[in-house]
Design a protein around this ligand. Structure first.
Ligand code: AMP
Length: 395
């Protein structure tokens, strides 16, 4: 696995695929610059060696050239984070870009316009990738968020660099962190899978059963497992067509000696709203008209004990409807448990969409060992897939 450190960037141009797909408000200001921050170490290291950086990224889902999706809007944020000027060019291929790249001096940063203004990017067009490849001596992929896509800038471009290609520091850390959980883990290993649906996590569960000693199944997913075993779940969310599968997962877990932990009690609400009436119920005795929206107090205690007996912890998906303050308690309690376990030497990795939002919202991002930056990419790695963007660098 080649990384930035393996190259000498002095007087070289690095063409870096970053993930600057950041949220913007109505005034086109960046509202969360985490992804720009995350790309900083790679850029800084290359500039410090006397290289220059050509940055390429996508932003949103534009249909052709659309000013609203221009990367021009984020130049100021990048400058603030990098502490230096950033040149911007209003295209990502063509003569103007060629000239701007040719004029780029050591120590300078050039940001190209949104790659997805060209449909060739998502199509993974070889000719488009080849044009991009002319803008750098060394290709660096630091965009974990798009590593599961075989797009021109994330995968196809790599073939034009033979040996001159590597992972950026962010992507390298993502790969190492997931490897530390899936392949080089200290036992006991625990995975916590929450969130809304079993269907979106099945492949993850199946792959992970071979890797873990404990599996906590929480959130909306748990009700499919409870109903499948004959429990009464009231109006809680459930995927009836996945009940067979849930039973099969329980059977597989038993065969593989994996201990499964499902909430034993829940906070039930009589309405899907923050000011609904609530009561605590056993998870398999929820009255009609009530739905389980968070893990109950007994479950929180049990999960705390499980978390604190494990040395490697993976967390994907909230334990309740954490977006509503009244139903965030279970997710927050889990965050505290993981915080304590991490302080006591466990390795904890949080990743995949909503759990990242939750750990940030509740202040746990600094307390866990690693927070992954890629939602879909992380899930695909947990499913055991080889991501095209990673494979292209390894080749
Ligand atoms: P996912 O994207 O699959 O990780 O699901 C995250 C979503 O699951 C969040 O928006 C939560 O509000 C939701 N969720 C978690 N627990 C429940 C529950 N008991 N009932 C309904 N939705 C839930």
């Amino acid at each position: 696995m080649k990384i930035v450190k393996d190259f000498n960037f002095k007087n070289k141009k690095a063409i870096i695929r970053v993930d600057f797909n950041v949220p913007l408000n109505a005034n086109f200001e960046v509202t969360d610059a985490t992804r720009i921050q995350a790309a900083k170490p790679t850029i800084t290291e290359i500039l410090a060696q006397g290289g220059s950086c050509v940055l390429m990224s996508h932003l949103g889902r534009p249909k052709g050239f659309q000013e609203a999706f221009s990367l021009r809007h984020i130049v100021k944020s990048i400058e603030a984070i990098m502490g230096c000027n950033v040149k911007f060019i209003e295209d990502c291929i063509g003569e103007k870009v060629e000239a701007a790249v040719a004029n780029l001096q050591a120590g300078e940063i050039l940001l190209l316009e949104n790659l997805r203004f060209y449909e060739e990017e998502k199509k993974g067009a070889v000719a488009f990738a080849e044009k991009l490849s002319k803008f750098g001596d060394i290709y660096v992929n630091d965009a974990f968020g798009t590593a599961h896509r075989a797009h021109a800038s994330t995968t196809i471009i790599a073939q034009f660099f033979e040996n001159n290609k590597c992972f950026g520091n962010l992507l390298a850390r993502e790969i190492e962190s997931i490897d530390k959980v899936l392949n080089n883990s200290e036992k006991p290993v625990l995975a916590i899978l929450g969130g809304a649906k079993v269907s979106s996590k099945i492949t993850v569960i199946e792959n992970i059963l071979d890797k873990v000693d404990h599996l906590i199944i929480g959130g909306g997913m748990s009700f499919t497992f409870i109903k499948a075993q004959g429990g009464k779940i009231g109006n809680s969310i459930c995927e009836d067509d996945k009940m067979e599968l849930a039973l099969d997962i329980l059977k597989q877990a038993k065969e593989k000696n994996v201990q499964i932990h499902i909430p034993v009690d829940v906070i039930a609400a009589d309405d899907f709203s923050n000011d609904a009436n609530i009561k605590i119920c056993d998870i398999d005795a929820i009255p009609d008209g009530w739905e389980g929206v968070d893990a109950g107090p007994k479950s929180r205690e049990i999960f705390d004990t499980v978390v604190n007996t494990c040395k490697t912890i993976l967390w994907n998906g909230p334990l309740g409807v954490f977006e509503m303050e009244s139903f965030a308690g279970g997710t927050i309690a889990l965050g505290h448990a993981i915080d304590t376990a991490t302080k006591n030497g466990a390795f904890s990795l949080v990743g995949g969409g909503d759990s990242v939002a939750a750990v940030k919202q509740f202040g746990f991002a600094e307390k866990v060992s690693y927070v992954s930056t890629g939602g879909g990419a992380m899930l695909e790695m947990l499913e055991g897939k080889t991501l095209p963007g990673i494979e292209a660098i390894m080749k």
